[in-house]
Design a protein around this ligand. Sequence first.
Ligand code: GRF
Length: 204
Amino acid sequence: MLKVAVLASGRGSNLVSLLESEKVGSLDAKVVVVVSNHPQARALSVAREHGVESLICPQPWRQEDREAAQTAMSDALQEREVGLVVCAGFDRVLVGSFVRLWEGKIINVHPSLLPAFANTLHAQEEALSHGVKVSGCTVHMVTEDVDGGPIISQAAVPVLPGDDAASLSARILEREHRLLPEAVRLYAGGHLRVEGRTVVVGEG
Ligand code: GRF
């Protein structure tokens, strides 16, 4: 069974959706560890409530310190024989050495239709400020190009009159909670093949 590490910095609702899929047997993978850079992250309590190991791995601002922290994180994941790293609301950029080591084995969920509103923690606010009529979410492979890796799947939602960041985020989040577990299931089943910029979804 594919072992999954989830990196999460905040409330962990995507983590919950993964754990719920796992519980009903539709993930084809097992979340073995949850890593957060914030000791108070709700995602860590979610992990504990579900009996999943949780680790705190602070992400210092200085580049050298960040690299050292991510090397330690990588070692911890390797020790646990992790086969897939899922960034689910991880609010720090992964350094090049980490991404290269885990190439092809890291995915991320982002609350916009990439490549629009990439590399920001405020994608929904920026979408509203831009006046878009459709937004959504994207699950993609992580490469060194932040939010620029090959796209696995996307879901669109309408932007409605009167929307604010909270209402739009909630509408997008509902789709994230279906898209992310489905992407993990496809990955675990060997159904994803990356060809250049394109992820081909097939039969393994
Ligand atoms: C999600 O909107 C995700 O797309 C973004 O951060 C948010 C995390 O939410 N990267 P949660 O912590 O999973 O509830």
